[in-house]
Design a protein. Structure first.
Length: 334
């Protein structure tokens, strides 16, 4: 027999035998549908053998629970089903961390796993899903040193909003969100922490990280074979520069953000994390600095690197708008 605790920790694909899949759906214990709501599926009611959807007080469809597949199968001519896509286990977050759930949204190579380590040290429990707007990488049970080598092999078509909907207080997820609508919906469901990094420094770190720790794609093998600044130039051509620029702008224009450069100095902006989390995370951040996380690379990678003295690199960064963004949000570093 399914319980409310089971369904509120599961993300389902909702659909019809007649019309195919509709959308992802999540549920709250009080009968609300927390993502994927529709006028015909405003609320739900858990029954002995399954589940009923309601519009107002009217039952619009009924489903029966299959204990073997953990799915809800059609129980009437409407033909609706719910197939489990991702399920979280019962929360094991310590009692002192259960005041909120947290979603860390970063620019790539901007302290994602530094804050992961700090949150763990502050008593929060990771769900170990690396989440994007519309998909995630399921890192549960994967060794830390292996999670970035071939994440596409663990890709699931489930995005940030339903994940934030089923997380429990005291849990956290990390990832990279690019769409403002998704960021806002996540912030309605969890404490959203946005982190940015000066883009030249980010690109240089991404170059080194990708070379060392990520399974190479066809284009990567080409620039891997090239040395020095020529290899960096070829790397830049493989990067989604427009997306990075837009992501930085979206976060900085719509939210209070943390800057990676400030995190390295143990400077945690209170407005970006909230008063309660600021008190608990400040000491944990200082402890986490320098720890060997899954993405940690020793050494310094910043705008002063010799690659950025190359006139062709400089022209590329100007022409693509990277320097405009850098000057706008990092005036102290320009």
């Amino acid at each position: 027999m399914v319980t409310r605790a089971d369904i509120t920790r599961t993300i389902y694909l909702f659909g019809s035998l007649h019309l195919g899949p509709y959308r992802l759906m999540t549920f709250a214990e009080d009968g609300r549908i927390t993502s994927g709501q529709h006028p015909a599926e405003e609320t739900y009611e858990l029954q002995d053998d399954g589940l009923a959807f309601l519009s107002g007080t009217r039952v619009t469809s009924r489903l029966t629970y299959d204990d073997t597949t953990k799915a809800f199968l059609p129980a009437d001519e409407i033909g609706h089903y719910l197939l489990p896509k991702i399920a979280l286990t019962a929360s094991v977050a310590p009692a002192q961390s259960r005041d909120e759930k947290v979603f860390v949204n970063t620019l790539p190579k901007a302290g994602t796993y530094l804050l992961y380590e700090a949150l763990k040290r502050a008593g929060f429990h990771p769900v170990d899903l690396h989440v994007m707007d519309r998909h995630l990488h399921d890192n549960r049970g994967v060794a830390a040193e292996d999670i970035h080598f071939d994440p596409a092999s663990r890709e699931v078509a489930v995005g940030a909003v339903p994940v934030a909907s089923i997380m429990a207080d005291g849990e956290f997820a990390v990832g990279h969100l690019t769409k403002l609508e998704v960021m806002r919906q996540v912030s309605d469901r969890a404490r959203l922490i946005n982190v940015v990094r000066e883009p030249r420094s980010m690109l240089l770190s991404m170059h080194e990280f990708t070379r060392r720790k990520v399974k190479p794609k066809v284009g990567d093998r080409l620039w891997h074979s090239m040395a020095g600044v020529d290899g960096f130039k070829a790397f830049l051509l493989t990067q989604p520069i427009d997306r990075y620029r837009a992501q930085i702008t979206t976060m900085c224009e719509n939210f209070d953000v943390l800057r990676f450069e400030d995190l390295l100095a143990s400077d945690l902006a209170r407005d970006a994390v909230g008063e309660s989390l600021h008190r608990r995370l400040s000491g944990a951040l200082a402890e986490a600095l320098g720890q060997k996380t899954s993405t940690y690379l020793a050494g310094t990678r910043d705008r002063g690197h010799a690659y950025f003295s190359d006139p062709e690199v400089g022209a590329f960064l100007e022409d693509t708008g990277i320097m405009e963004v850098s000057r706008a949000y990092w005036p102290d570093l320009n």
